[in-house]
Design a protein around this ligand. Structure first.
Ligand SMILES: [Zn+2]
Ligand SMILES: [Zn+2]
Length: 280
């Protein structure tokens, strides 16, 4: 038993995210997920430029969770918000940050799960059908759906939900006929139901959320007791300069002042291969 057992959380989405949230949360935490599609979340911002996105990823998720709670009259609200960026290591891979939030209005609590991983996100300008066929293959079509626009990404018209070869061909012909330059713009559809690699990342963020929901503060039993900060700077074994290696994880409560330090390793020094001085 916990504060989530047999309670219901709203989930506002039109993009099939209930599939993974409903698979993970009731089994792991007892929290039931109730879907509403009564508000178009695209009005809060889209990936395809029709509506610019305002505020941070967290603000956007919060807003969706609040709208969902109002629509269904629940004390708990769930929402997901994703972002596509360049990967933090090489800047070359399409990288996907997913956030799943749970708001508990009764206890004034906000718990967030995160996942960061590669996810399929590609685009191209195409003038020939053969080029489009080649692009589609590298873009993981047809498991991942495509969006096509005439001319460029700023064109106001598009065809979405392209998931068969026949649809691809028709969209190509439509966009070519409406293009002012003879080229069409094609991209992966980033909406969750259209992008299985992104959906998997939403699942990982939901699992992270469930783990936090099940982690209770040793002092006050509030859920969401988790790592709040990481101290880095383990000294290099050769030169003694601080490295990026972790020294301690600092756990903290969302409600009270309780916190605890967890030593990351028994190591007292970092390997010189991790040192910017010895191994830049
Ligand atoms: Zn506490
Ligand atoms: Zn060193």
């Amino acid at each position: 038993m916990n504060i989530f057992s047999n309670r219901t959380a709203s989930l506002l989405t039109k993009h099939g995210k209930e599939l993974v949230l409903d698979e993970v949360l009731p089994a792991a935490t007892g929290l039931q997920v109730k879907l509403t599609t009564a508000y178009d979340t695209d009005l809060l911002g889209t990936f395809t430029l029709e509506t610019p996105r305002h505020g941070s990823q967290l603000d956007a998720a919060r807003k969706k969770a609040q709208v969902g709670m109002e629509l269904l009259g629940t004390d708990f609200g769930l929402a997901n918000e994703g972002a596509f960026v360049a990967d933090p290591y090489t800047g070359m891979l399409p990288w996907n940050n997913e956030l799943v939030i749970l708001i508990d209005q009764q206890h004034q609590l906000e718990i967030t799960g995160f996942s960061s991983a590669p996810a399929q996100n590609a685009h191209a300008y195409i003038s020939h059908w053969e080029g489009l066929e080649k692009f589609a293959e590298t873009a993981l079509f047809p498991s991942h759906l495509l969006v096509i626009k005439p001319t460029d990404e700023y064109h106001p018209k598009s065809i979405k939900n392209i998931g068969t070869r026949q649809q691809l061909k028709e969209a190509f012909e439509w966009a070519s006929a409406n293009s002012s330059k003879g080229v069409i713009y094609v991209e992966n559809d980033l909406r969750a139901f259209a992008n299985p690699t992104r959906m998997e990342n939403i699942r990982q963020a939901t699992i992270n959320l469930a783990n936090k929901m099940n982690s209770l503060c040793p002092a006050c039993q509030t859920p969401g007791y988790w790592i709040q900060d990481i101290q880095r700077g383990l000294p290099c074994n050769a030169c003694g300069m601080p490295t990026d290696q972790e020294i301690t994880k600092i756990w903290g409560c969302l409600k009270c002042q309780y916190s605890d330090k967890e030593a990351v390793k028994t190591l007292r020094f970092a390997n010189p291969s991790q040192c910017k001085h010895c191994n830049p």
